[in-house]
Design a protein around this ligand. Structure first.
Ligand code: KG4
Ligand code: ZN
Length: 357
């Protein structure tokens, strides 16, 4: 099956073409960072309006690129991100996907954004085996999940408050770095000196697989306030370093706890924060010591993209799953309500309206 995929859940407009047996044929991501930067965060209404303008040209380009490989091939189905995310932004991708599908007479499937992140490592030459544990670390989520197969997810633990990406982004803002702060803070942290600040490692003193990162921004705030009026860059770098170490320490320790609790030996790390170099370094070293292998998506597929939505969509469309007539978009969508491909039951119209708004 040749699948067109569309992602528009937040501030990236993306499309991809993927084919069963051949893999990814084309993909493109447009990031709206410049649009939102002056506001210090994503403005949902601006995100939606921009998706409306960007998506169709991106779709046209990936279709042309994929057709170049085999001009006779047609699209057999369309996958789009149906949630969770910003409802207006999701609706732009969902409406485009459903309209194209009507015009072409092909089925669509609404994909769970986090399932996309979980399946992103399947795009790599050496995909992870099942079962495995996944550490999903993005701007909105921090979760440890036992993955028995596609659509067979058991939540082992998640954050009680801020996500790991949020801890990076909010701390970066306090340090005067531009949005989205994660990559900027990581770069600044490389020049930071060790042990200049000691930030808390929340939940490490407790058993269980839960996280809590909201206290970290307060620790960063106090450290920034204590800086002298003439702040030198080195001092900001020291704070960035301490913040990154605190987040990474916590993620590494809880991931290892999940490995020993499940007895599994493969760990997938995905979502925007999995692009963090220090996290990869520390996880690889710690995992190797206990005989665990870690699998990551390539850097461009850590953050939001449509290639990962295509992988999830292909699995589900190939198993015969299809949307009904409604346009699916859900701001909230618990991951553990997913079922394996072919077994996902679409909620009836009334049930959908209740879930979505
Ligand atoms: O997966 P993603 O693109 O969007 C969500 O679904 O949330 O993740 C974005 C998050 C942001 O919080 C961003 O700051 C963080 O990932 N991020 C990073 C790095 N690259 C992206 N955080 C730390 N280090 C990085 N290198
Ligand atoms: Zn994401």
């Amino acid at each position: 099956m040749r699948i067109l995929a569309i992602e528009s859940s937040c501030d990236e407009s993306a499309a991809a073409v993927y084919e069963t047996g051949r893999g990814l044929l084309a993909h493109e991501v447009f990031s709206q960072i410049d649009l939102h930067q002056i506001y210090g965060g994503v403005v949902p209404e601006l995100a939606s309006r921009d998706h409306v303008q960007r998506l169709l040209p991106i779709v046209e380009r990936v279709l042309a690129q994929a057709a170049g490989e085999d001009s006779a091939a047609k699209i057999d189905g369309i996958a789009y991100t149906a949630g969770p995310g910003l409802i207006g932004a999701l609706l732009t991708g969902a409406a485009l996907a459903r309209s194209l599908a009507q015009a072409w007479g092909v089925p669509t499937i609404g994909v769970h954004h986090l399932e996309g992140h979980l399946l992103a490592p399947l795009l790599e030459p050496e995909p992870p085996p099942y079962p495995h544990v996944a550490l999903l670390v993005s701007g909105g989520h921090t979760m440890l999940i036992e993955c028995a197969g596609i659509g067979r997810y058991t939540l082992l633990g998640e954050t009680r408050d801020d996500a790991a990406g949020e801890a990076f982004d909010k701390s970066a803002k306090l340090l005067g770095l531009p949005y989205p702060g994660g990559p900027h803070l990581a770069r600044l942290a490389e020049r930071g000196r060790a042990k200049r600040h000691e930030f808390p490692r929340p939940m490490l003193d407790r058993p269980g697989l839960e996280f809590s990162f909201s206290g970290l921004k307060t620790a960063v705030l106090h450290a920034v306030r204590a800086l002298p009026a003439e702040v030198v860059d080195q001092e900001r770098a020291d704070i960035a370093h301490a913040l990154q170490e605190a987040v990474v320490d916590t993620l590494v320790a809880k991931s290892l706890c999940a490995m020993s609790a499940t007895g599994l030996d493969a760990l997938v790390v995905s979502g925007g924060v999995s692009a963090n170099r220090r996290l990869r370094e520390r996880l690889d070293a710690a995992a190797a010591r206990v005989g665990v292998r870690v699998y990551y998506p390539r850097l461009e597929f850590c953050t939001d993209n449509a290639a990962m939505i295509a992988v999830a969509g292909e699995a589900r469309l190939s198993a015969g799953e299809r949307d009904g007539l409604g346009i699916r978009a859900r701001a909230q969508w618990p991951l553990d309500t997913l079922r394996p491909p072919g077994q996902q039951r679409e909620a009836g119209y009334r049930e959908q309206v209740k879930q979505e708004f």
